[in-house]
Design a protein around this ligand. Structure first.
Ligand code: G6P
Length: 552
């Protein structure tokens, strides 16, 4: 252990030389060998003596650092907040407890020096240009993303992309090990890092590992398409606790454990045999038959359960109370021509969000005169996302064509029915938009949670406004008094839009009040606490034994 009270700058990965080079072929950046000379060596029995031990008792490993690096007009480096729900969700938790955050800074090249911000120690993992293409744009966002979202777009399976995924996951696992103190808790996030728990477990059996999947976990018939399905299941099973958004996601995973790895499950528990049962804890064989009830002892049990994520509702609510934010909301309505009804959509420009379905429904509603013009306006905020991935480029063209068609057909000079904004905005501007909107449209075809729905609700202090919400979001499980829709059912979607736009103040209040209660009581702090408490209940770190007969 460290002999210093100041943890920052003392671990292997804080050596500047250790992080400068990028080796796309091995995925290692040279920090291992050099890092070992400055960091703490792994304990005896560690499988890889190159991996050092760090000083932080709480480590988060997520695809992204909670900042993006950008170049200013004069070439100076700037740090900007990253888009995406994960950062919004975890930032306040990290600030509260302190700890280290491992993530990719968002651009190819050498990562920045580790630095401290908002009570977090931030450690960048650099990706080469090739790794950005193969790992991030390829395996993460053109293989796993569409596969996990019900193959709305066809997933692509390429072996070099898989190799890159393995290499980058190993880099993250190493970086996490180098920050984690003996007995630390490591919380790994999302589909980009599913192999990290297994890789970490192989070398650091002292740490407690949690993994949370922010996206849906698909049904087995879809998951089974993945050529590397067994490795993914094994990688995740390196954790002590696996969190999912919905009960159905956890159930899908448990089924994948049975079908892919032949593991026995009971309730939310998976039995992972130890070496004593003929395999490493994280390298169970394919389709091994479930162990008999009188099988030899040894092994671990891993829990897979639902922990629906949320937002920092109080903090956003405070922003939405500010006078300047209210003034901005008024200004927005004025700029839109003071319409009677403002409809709002806010998404990353992603094919899972059902943006085209929403536009289709809106177009028909206008065409049929069910909502009038110019007294109705739709504001469509579609923030740029994954712009080099083919399906995202295609979607952008389609969305822009659809917006152009509606405006071409229905606009009067100075009064377009759709205001399309392909931009990202700071939180204050988002809060003002939520306040300005009478109806929020969330029409995802598949969505792990959808935090935008919760953000809208958190901002509506006066209990006005209406939420149209796809039943294919995790949020639909909690926000039952929204206008729930199947976005594929255009007639149903049109009805919901019209009903939401013409709702009585009394009904709006009834629906909104119940949703607000839920979002207030189940905020992101509650989510993190519940997950971390459950993780604490996991068996003590160190070699584990399962009592005979404790599992089927
Ligand atoms: C979703 C994922 C996150 C991801 C975010 C932004 O919310 O669950 O893991 O970070 O999208 O996507 P990006 O590819 O820009 O990181």
């Amino acid at each position: 252990m460290s002999d210093s009270n100041s943890p920052s700058g003392r671990t292997a990965s804080s050596d500047p030389d250790a992080r400068s080079g990028l080796d796309a072929s091995s995925g290692l950046n040279g920090s291992a060998a050099r890092g070992a000379s400055t960091g703490h060596r792994a304990s005896a029995g560690d499988a890889d003596p190159q991996w050092a031990i760090g000083d932080y008792s709480f480590v988060v490993a997520a695809s992204r650092l909670p900042v993006d690096r950008a170049e200013g007009p004069d070439g100076e480096v700037e740090w900007r907040p990253s888009p995406g729900g994960l950062v919004t969700a975890l930032e306040p938790v990290m600030r509260d407890v302190g700890g280290a955050w491992i993530g990719w800074p968002g651009a190819a090249g050498a990562p920045p020096e580790p630095f401290d911000a908002d009570g977090m120690h931030l450690v960048g993992v650099g990706l080469s240009e090739q790794q950005v293409r193969d790992y991030y744009e390829g395996f993460c966002n053109a293989t796993l993303w569409p596969l996990y979202h019900d193959v709305i777009a066809p997933p692509q399976f390429h072996r070099p992309w898989w190799d890159a995924y393995v290499a980058v996951n190993r880099r993250f696992a190493q970086a996490a090990a180098e920050q984690a103190a003996l007995g630390a808790t490591v919380w790994v996030h999302d589909y980009q890092l599913q192999l990290v728990p297994g890789m970490l477990r192989e070398r650091r059996d002292d740490v407690r590992i949690g993994h949370f999947t922010h996206v849906p976990f698909p049904g087995y018939e879809i998951f089974a398409q993945l050529p590397w399905r067994r490795q993914i299941v094994e990688g995740l099973l390196g954790a002590d606790l696996l969190g999912f958004q919905r009960h159905g996601d956890a159930t899908n995973f448990l089924r994948a454990c049975r079908r892919t790895a032949g593991l026995a499950t009971r309730g939310s528990l998976v039995r992972v045999p130890s070496a004593a049962l003929g395999g490493e804890a994280t390298t169970v064989g394919p389709r091994r038959p479930p162990p008999a009830a009188d099988a030899p002892t040894g092994g671990r049990e891993v829990r897979a359960a639902a922990f629906p994520i949320s937002i920092d509702s109080a903090a956003l609510g405070e922003i939405a109370k500010r006078e300047d934010v209210h003034a901005r909301a008024q200004e927005i309505r004025k700029a839109l021509g003071d319409p009677e009804t403002v409809l709002l959509g806010v998404d990353r420009l992603d094919y899972t969000k059902g943006i085209l379905h929403r536009l289709n429904a809106y177009r028909e509603v206008l065409k049929q005169g069910r909502l009038g013009l110019p007294e109705t306006v739709l504001v469509l905020v579609a923030s740029p996302s994954r712009e080099r991935v083919e399906h995202y480029r295609i979607l952008r063209d389609e969305v822009e064509a659809a917006v152009g068609r509606i405006n071409g057909e229905h606009a009067e000079l100075g009064n377009p029915p759709v205001h399309y904004l392909h931009q990202s905005y700071p939180r204050e501007e988002m809060a003002a938009l939520y306040l300005a909107a009478d109806v929020m449209l969330v029409t995802s075809l598949r969505d792990g949670m959808n935090l935008v729905a919760k953000e809208y609700v958190a901002c509506r202090h006066d209990e006005t406004g209406a939420l149209v919400l796809s039943e294919f979001t995790g949020a639909a499980d909690e926000l039952g008094t929204a206008f729930l829709v199947n976005p594929h059912d255009i007639e149903g979607l049109k009805d919901a839009i019209v009903r939401a736009a013409t709702i009585s103040p009394r009904e709006a209040r009834r629906r909104m009040r119940s949703m607000r209660r839920r979002v207030r009581e189940h905020d992101v702090a509650h989510w993190a606490q519940t997950f971390l408490d459950a993780l604490k209940q996991a068996p003590d770190p160190g070699p584990r034994a399962v009592e005979p007969g404790a599992l089927p």
